[in-house]
Design a protein around this ligand. Structure first.
Ligand code: NAP
Length: 253
């Protein structure tokens, strides 16, 4: 598989965690990166860090939950840089919530960011990429996409949406010159996982995960599940019959 090369990239959710790491990873390799998120001050700090390393990151204040504004802003960026080569829909929201105390605001925010926001981010540039016969779309799903995990109804379902969305894009876009990659991280240290009160098996450092993700994107992998140990476990969990899955998941809860 030939290594991808990019001039320009957009990374959403770049103000912290995996998005911040991936923005720097590509910028350090000579890519001009548009780093998008809501927290402007974090993005400015990221741009300064990149500048000090001789790399180029442009902060873009963006709330992906506002889907129409997201599409408009990304199309502006695409036109301004004469075509984004790489778009990484990474912005994500996750908050544990038992179905017994389901909070509609949490469910809505999860869907607005992880489903509508991600689909808007990827759809915004798609027609132009097809026209140019060049581009790479990346979705950051999760190993949580494979089953409805306990206390994660909205989050698991939102990542299952993204996984299926990316798969259809991949099938449709074959032969167009537009590549599609879906990433499935396990547990990685970040602001999101810092709130978790349960044991996180095979927890990775942010930098380790960023390195794995950056390389998988560059290789043009269709799907990349990691760490391999948890990916294996989730591969088996996916095959469990409902009764066995429910009993195991109830114990985890
Ligand atoms: N860490 C893990 O273990 C893990 C595992 C599987 C999948 N993932 C996925 O990896 C991605 C990155 O997560 P992370 O772990 O790096 O968490 P994180 O540090 O909490 O980062 C989440 C990012 O999303 C941005 N974001 C949230 N709501 C947004 C909105 N409405 N508009 C624009 N940006 C928004 C945040 O920026 P602002 O708040 O500044 O807007 C932040 O930059 C997410 O999609 C997550 O679901 C993470």
């Amino acid at each position: 598989m030939a290594e991808m090369s990019y001039r320009t990239a957009l990374v959403t959710g770049a103000s912290s965690g995996l998005g911040r790491g991936m923005a720097l990873w590509f910028a350090r390799r000579g890519v001009k990166v548009y780093a998008a998120a809501r927290r402007r001050e974090n993005l400015e700090a990221l741009a300064n860090e990149a500048r000090a390393a001789g790399a180029h990151i442009e902060p873009v204040e963006l709330d992906v939950a506002d889907a129409d504004a997201t599409v408009a802003r990304i199309r502006e960026l695409d036109a301004a840089c004469e075509g984004l080569d790489l778009v990484i829909a990474n912005a994500g929201f996750g908050k544990e919530s038992s179905a017994r105390r389901l909070n509609w605001e949490t469910v809505k925010q999860t869907l607005d960011v992880n489903v509508t926001g991600a689909a808007a981010t990827l759809s915004a540039v798609l027609p132009k990429m097809v026209e140019r016969q060049r581009g790479h779309l990346v979705g950051v799903a999760s190993l949580a996409a494979f089953r409805g995990l306990p206390r994660q109804a909205a989050y698991s379902a939102s990542k299952a949406f993204l996984s299926t969305f990316m798969e259809s894009l991949r099938v449709d876009l074959r032969g167009t010159g537009v590549h599609v990659t879906c990433l499935y991280p396990g547990f990685v240290k970040s602001e999101m996982t810092a709130q978790n009160k349960f044991n996180m098996p095979f927890l990775l450092e942010t930098e380790e995960a960023v390195e794995l993700m950056g390389r998988a994107i560059q290789r043009g992998e269709a799907q990349y599940l990691f760490p391999w140990q948890l990916a294996r476990v989730m591969g088996l969990v996916k095959l469990l019959p409902n009764a066995l899955f429910d009993a195991t998941a109830r114990k985890l809860r």
